[in-house]
Design a protein around this ligand. Structure first.
Ligand SMILES: [Fe+2]
Ligand SMILES: [Fe+2]
Length: 229
């Protein structure tokens, strides 16, 4: 069986992750290199493991997370689909069972908000892991006026917590309001947070967003569940 370690040690994948990162750096995007894909790989696996999915599903989630942004080596536009096609070919050549390849490529092809849908547990976990990785360390241009750079620079810390008992997935963000407005966060991330909400629902969970301990998403559902509305 092909493991996440096999994938991480594969020189072809390492080269393609670097090429994708170089393309996005050239175009002025935030960091999409080994730090980002390692974070997404680990977080996807953690979400699936903590919700009780079997070991192989967790491993396939880790692989999908590690490879999810490779399509950016061609172009940002539709990079989920182009990446899925590249990875399909590579994994076929490595002899991975077709059934497993389809689970991985389906998740990769659906991780972007433009056309993606949370159509499987691996896809849903990958979406939440990817969209939760906003952080100041991803910004290349520290004095930029670009809203993506300013918002990411204002994020001092972010992490995802999963509760199997309460069926909730919570994104905690520590946001520096002295340099940026929380409204700016929503101006660029509202669609992504809505995608996380749909992804959590696919996993049978509620999605909560807390910025500086203020709950900005998930309150209405909680009240409805408690019969307060
Ligand atoms: Fe992506
Ligand atoms: Fe990504």
């Amino acid at each position: 069986m092909i493991t996440i370690e096999d994938i991480r040690n594969n020189p072809n994948f390492r080269l393609m992750i670097k090429k994708a990162h170089d393309y996005l750096t050239e175009r002025g995007y935030t960091e999409h290199g080994f730090r980002h894909v390692t974070f997404v790989s680990r977080t996807t696996a953690r979400i699936l493991a903590e919700l009780g999915y079997d070991k192989r599903t967790v491993e396939l989630g880790a692989i999908a997370g590690y490879l999810h942004d490779i399509g950016n080596m061609f172009n940002r536009k539709y990079h989920g689909i182009s990446g899925a096609n590249i990875i399909y070919t590579e994994l076929r050549q490595l002899g991975m069972p077709l059934d497993e390849i389809c689970d991985i490529t389906m998740a990769i092809a659906n991780h972007e908000e433009e056309i993606g849908q949370p159509i499987s547990p691996i896809t849903a976990a990958l979406i939440i892991a990817d969209k939760s990785d906003a952080h100041r360390t991803r910004v290349h241009r520290k004095n930029s006026s670009d809203i993506h750079d300013r918002v990411n620079l204002a994020i001092l810390d972010s992490h995802v917590e999963i509760s199997r008992n309460t069926r909730s997935i919570t994104l905690f963000i520590d946001f520096d309001q002295s340099s940026c407005e929380i409204m700016d966060y929503f101006a660029i991330y509202l669609k992504r947070m809505e995608m996380c909400k749909a992804a959590a629902a696919h996993l049978g969970c509620e999605f909560h967003l807390l910025i500086n301990n203020l709950e900005l998403l998930g309150i209405a559902e909680q009240r409805q569940a408690a019969g307060q509305n």
